[in-house]
Design a protein around this ligand. Structure first.
Ligand SMILES: [Zn+2]
Ligand SMILES: [Zn+2]
Length: 777
């Protein structure tokens, strides 16, 4: 008997069946990494998602695409190391914790605050993990990493100690970008810009020793007490006469007028006041022009004594007050409201200040030329995405301030000798908390004193932890045997929004530790946007959450949509209608497989008929195109290729054509066997081609019909002997089929009704199958 009950029992594919599949994977540990398999390794530097909020659907799709990379590599014969980690350090966690418990970090005991952060993180983390598991992501989520674990933090500290010993770390007192709300220094990479309505105030300055007046426009009148010079552009003819003169500010200070090309003749009046410090440019100009800075802004964003009568006010208050005062004195010509590109904190969106502080710096400016060489060695997907990093490297102009005055982060492992004040570092390998622990030594190596040490209270910028993910994941500092095997990661997958932070810092840090590029491949994805093309934000109210979609359509439908919607690297819009379309395709695939599952699969390949050779030729083409997409880690072609092949060619034409032959209706057994063999052969190929994208349904079908798991199979290969002349003819067969169906419909006939129609001469090889299909007389 070649025919039996379908081995796929269920009439339809449903999201609940995905859960059965996931249980099987968990029980048999299908995706376990085996360091002794003898296969070549491929390791992925999975982005540790930030445990600070609920995931939206775009994040879910991003991670399922990364999973497709892992599955692709397994099916290309690699032993894939696919770790999972959760990022639990830094500012976002603290800001969320403050919000949730309605407290201020600095008014709270440090130890207690850390506990609250941890509580919040544990919850947020479970939420993310449950989505990752529901998506069928084949990473190791059982033994997942946490960036705030003692082990991870010990490696962060060890790499800092290593960088220190190599001379990459120094401490300096210099003006830095500073968030007065979070009370912390920020790196250039953490600055965002917002167009904000701002008052442009035209202030009257008097020229010293004469009655003449000049007008200077500024958005920062509250910095007048810190104003040390006025500049104009050397090409600006209006002001040449001011050269070498001094002017009196509205507060009565006499300051020099200088020429500098930075002054834009078109902004305000063309005269610019230089204060310590309105922005990063001021910092540079003070240095260049040899001006003595006068600091008027405190760390908490209020003005200090140097601001005279404005001391104690916040920046906003001082701005209002000084405008009032000067207006009363007739020292303001006019006030305009303009849209001003204002630098704000990436986390809390507060406008940033420039405040000089002592901070630790990690060198990067000197290393830019070495990092630029990596642009030629590392392969980017898509290729043009390397420009994101190239452009950032060009703009790197200051070293990375890595110390932060915050709590929930890895501590800087330094103690200071109470006698000589010099810093002393511990040996690498352990996790240190200098703010509450004694150092592992009692004699100062600098001065020999035993009078004790003061522990450092500051912590690291959170990117110090996440930028060593390819090292920590792969065993550096905790499993030397594993690290020996894997080295640094092979591939970094990530979003384009964190190139200047995560990607850049990782290359920098791994370069400092290993002197090598952190990865061979960098995969940079576009963003998932809402239906109107906007990023999803709580504030916009446009977030689509994944759970309702999982319940309605399942993970595979979401995954298929995520693969088929756009070429890798492009932004895409999330559409429930299209996810529903993907779900319909899964039903089609299920129906096709269920139909085929009623036939036994002949063991040996029989002599094939023209129709069989035609579909195998079509299959060749689809395999070729799909594999070329997989090679570029671009799932658009594989997904669409499989859909078009199954939906437009295989199901409506080939299956219809050979149905009768497969059933054995009045045909010789060997001809029937040829149809059955081909049906199974094509189904096996389709399942393997689609497995990385829709892992649940493909494995469910594979296990039900063939046994074992599709996820341990290799991709199908193109077989040149099937590129025959029947490929072209088959396409004419499809045209002929469409013609017959159309004709019957027009004549009001049922599809089974006999019809008299001429089969074109060139389609003779298919005559038998065609007669049976259309009931041609
Ligand atoms: Zn902030
Ligand atoms: Zn000492």
């Amino acid at each position: 008997m070649s025919r039996r009950e379908p081995r796929l029992k269920e009439k339809h594919w449903s999201p609940e069946m995905e859960l059965q599949m996931q249980k099987v994977w968990e029980e048999e540990d299908t995706y376990r990494f085996n360091p002794n398999s003898g296969k070549p390794f491929f390791s992925i530097d999975t982005p540790p998602p930030y445990a600070s909020g609920k995931w939206h659907i775009a994040a879910a799709i991003h991670y399922s695409q990364i999973d497709m990379i892992a599955r692709t590599q397994r099916m290309r014969g690699y032993e894939v190391y696919f770790p999972f980690g959760v990022d639990r350090n830094g500012l976002p966690v603290e800001v969320e914790t403050e919000k949730r418990y309605k407290i201020r970090m600095f008014e709270y005991p440090r130890e207690e605050f850390l506990k609250l952060c941890r509580e919040f993180l544990d919850e947020a983390e479970q939420d993310i993990l449950s989505i990752v598991r529901r998506l069928g992501i084949s990473a190791d989520t059982k033994n997942y990493f946490q960036t705030d674990s003692e082990e991870w933090r010990a490696v962060t500290q060890a790499t800092f100690i290593d960088a220190w010993s190599k001379g990459y770390v120094y401490e300096d007192y210099r003006p830095n970008i500073y968030c007065p709300r979070c009370r912390t220094t920020l790196a250039d990479a953490e600055v965002e810009y917002k167009e904000l309505p701002t008052k442009l105030v035209y202030l009257k300055f008097r020229v010293e020793g004469s009655g003449e007046e000049v007008v200077v426009a500024t958005t920062r009148p509250e910095l007048l007490p810190a104003c040390k010079a006025v500049i104009y552009n050397p090409d600006d003819d209006r002001y040449g006469w001011l050269k070498g003169k001094r002017v009196i500010t509205p507060l009565g200070d006499a300051i020099p007028v200088m020429e500098h090309p930075y002054a834009d003749p078109k902004f305000g009046t063309g005269l610019v006041m230089i204060c310590s410090y309105g922005d990063k440019m001021d910092v540079q100009l003070f240095r260049e022009l040899g001006l003595e800075p006068k600091i008027v802004v405190n760390e908490d964003g209020t003005l200090n004594e140097s601001a005279g009568e404005y001391a104690g006010l916040t920046i906003q208050e001082a701005r209002e007050r000084i405008i009032e005062d000067l207006e009363r004195k007739g020292l303001i010509e006019k006030v305009e409201t303009i849209q001003h590109r204002t630098p704000v904190c990436w986390r809390c969106k507060t406008p940033l200040e420039i405040v000089p502080m002592r901070e630790y710096y990690l060198k990067q400016v000197d290393l830019v030329p070495e990092l630029e060489e990596y642009l030629d060695i590392v392969r980017f997907y898509p290729e043009w995405a390397s420009n994101y990093w190239r452009d950032w490297l060009k703009s790197v102009s200051s070293d990375w301030p890595i110390s932060r005055r915050r709590y929930y982060a890895t501590e800087i492992p330094v103690w200071y000798c109470k006698s000589c004040g010099k810093p002393v570092l511990p040996p690498p390998g352990k996790y240190y908390q200098p703010w509450k622990e004694d150092p592992p030594y009692d004699r100062c190596p600098h001065c020999g004193s035993t009078s004790g040490f003061e522990g450092e209270k500051r912590v690291f910028d959170t990117w110090m932890d996440s930028s060593i993910s390819p090292l920590v994941y792969n065993g550096f500092g905790w499993n030397e045997e594993l690290f020996e095997k894997l080295g640094s990661s092979d591939l970094r997958p990530q979003g384009k929004d964190i190139v200047r932070t995560w990607l850049h810092y990782t290359f920098l840090r791994v370069h400092q530790v290993l002197g090598k590029p952190a990865f061979k491949h960098v995969w940079i994805s576009g963003m998932g946007l809402d239906a109107k093309g906007r990023a999803m934000h709580k504030s916009l109210g446009n977030i689509i959450y994944p759970w309702p979609l999982f319940e309605k359509y399942g993970a595979d439908a979401v995954r298929f949509f995520g693969a088929a919607e756009a070429h890798h690297g492009s932004d895409f819009r999330i559409s429930e209608r299209k996810i529903e379309g993907a779900y319909k395709f899964l039903q089609k695939l299920w129906n096709v497989a269920r139909f085929i599952s009623q036939f036994d699969e002949p063991e040996d390949m029989p002599e094939l008929e023209p129709a069989d050779l035609w579909i195998l030729g079509e299959l060749n083409k689809s395999i070729e195109r799909a594999l070329s997409g997989y090679e570029r880690f671009d799932f658009f072609d594989p997904a669409n290729e499989v859909r078009i092949f199954v939906w437009d060619v295989f199901a409506p034409h080939y299956i219809e054509l050979v149905k009768g032959r497969a059933y054995g209706d009045g045909v010789e057994e060997k001809r029937s066997a040829a149809a059955r063999w081909t049906l199974h052969h094509v189904l096996r190929a389709v399942l393997r081609l689609a497995a990385p994208i829709i892992p649940h349904i493909t494995d469910y079908i594979w296990r039900s019909i063939y046994g074992g798991t599709v996820h341990k199979e290799l991709f199908p290969e193109v077989r040149v002997e099937w590129d025959t002349e029947y490929l072209e003819l088959g396409r004419k067969v499809m045209e002929f089929n469409s013609l017959v169906w159309k004709t019957k419909k027009e004549r009001g006939m049922r599809m089974k009704d006999p019809i008299e129609i001429e089969i074109p001469e060139e389609l003779r090889p298919f005559e038998d199958d065609l007669r049976r299909l259309h009931n041609i007389k």
